[in-house]
Design a protein around this ligand. Sequence first.
Ligand code: HEC
Length: 96
Amino acid sequence: MSCHNAYPEQIPFVSGKFINVPEGISCERCHRAGALHVEERLAEFTPRDSIDLTIINQTHLSISRQIDVCQQSHTTGAATVLKEGRGDFDFRPGQT
Ligand code: HEC
């Protein structure tokens, strides 16, 4: 579930049941939410010389933060143990 799908709409306080499950991983699992990025581009496109902070570009993350993105799915353990209070879909690119 957490490796092969975009963010599902979860039933509050119920584990393992979902209101809907989008098919495919989607861009946001690696680039974060893109609404602001799209909004800015539609309003006025200005080529930038600096880093675009409206979206995550993996090449601008540290190696360790890049690997954290990959490890949403590519981990070596037999099981995933979440930190207390964290859910399967809480991680966002750029976080540890
Ligand atoms: C599994 C993770 C992952 C997913 C899913 C993903 N990307 Fe990426 N994307 C990357 C990585 C990593 C890079 C950086 C590659 C590089 O330059 O070496 C990248 C680079 C890009 C770039 C190039 C940015 C630049 O400055 O050149 C664009 C544009 C992009 N992705 C758009 C998308 C879109 C649109 C989607 C969804 C349809 C998507 N990505 C889904 C990981 C992902």
